[in-house]
Design a protein around this ligand. Sequence first.
Ligand SMILES: C[S@@+](CC[C@H](N)C(=O)[O-])C[C@H]1O[C@@H](n2cnc3c(N)ncnc32)[C@H](O)[C@@H]1O
Length: 289
Amino acid sequence: MLRPSLTNKIVEGDVREVLRRLSPDDTFDCVITSPPYFQLREYTGLEAEIGTEETIQEYLDALITTFELIHNRLKSTGSLWVNLGDTFDDGQPQCIPWTFMIYMLETWQLRNIVIWDKPDAMAESGKRRFSQKYEPFFWFTKTDDYYFNFEAATIPCKRSTVERLENEFNAGKGTDVSRMRGMLGDMSHKVEQYLQGGVNAGDVWTIATNKEHVEHIAPYPIELIVRPIVATCPPKGIVFDPFVGSGTTPLGVLKVGGNRKFFGVDINHDAVVQASLRVEDELKQGTLF
Ligand SMILES: C[S@@+](CC[C@H](N)C(=O)[O-])C[C@H]1O[C@@H](n2cnc3c(N)ncnc32)[C@H](O)[C@@H]1O
């Protein structure tokens, strides 16, 4: 259980220090976050700020230490979602997300590498390589006994898929009885799923980047995190964002509802103020969607 004073709160500080100060009883159901990318921005000038290390190894060590501390605070049924982009050096991707993922495998169980497909990502100006239009979004769990509400996170089956199956069935009618039976079985299963509201969302999620202007911070779109919240945080559970930035994760938690709670940390004073104001506004006005 998280102490009541820590639920629905955003606090300022180095997340490693904040985690070390929590009581042993403070635990999370789910963690969703986007850490600062390597040498992309400087938010505070503080030494403890992650992302400003001199080498990739130092940066990865800082991230791995943070996620080890989080591992101790996550329930055994819990999930961790990490959106991490790469850095290019001299026109070459540094493969930081993939190196990070391999380090994480020593402690965590990897469930999915979701590809966040960004249809509106800016084309790069150079002509020596293809523009990068995706980022990985890693889903880790602590154990095999993880909470997963699959049904809550399905997507509607495309009408065109149902129509195609119907056409295939009609075209094959009377020509091959066993093939027809197979298709009938397949079709009725798919139609049933369609009528019930959904099929597996898959691991490529096409979501436009965040158009909201948030000064100095790189927010992810709220649509990216709604599915992880619904699928991997039970109602009344608590979602933690160790790099809460402008407060997108808390806003997602409020949007999803179900009496879920949030806890967020950021080292940047301005980010904490901004996130707190966005959350306050939402609680007052219910402006989301
Ligand atoms: C990519 S931004 C997060 C953006 C956030 N997902 C959103 O939607 O607004 C990364 C954040 O990590 C914070 N940060 C960097 N080092 C930190 C540390 N040691 N402890 C806590 N937060 C840190 C930065 O201040 C920044 O706000």
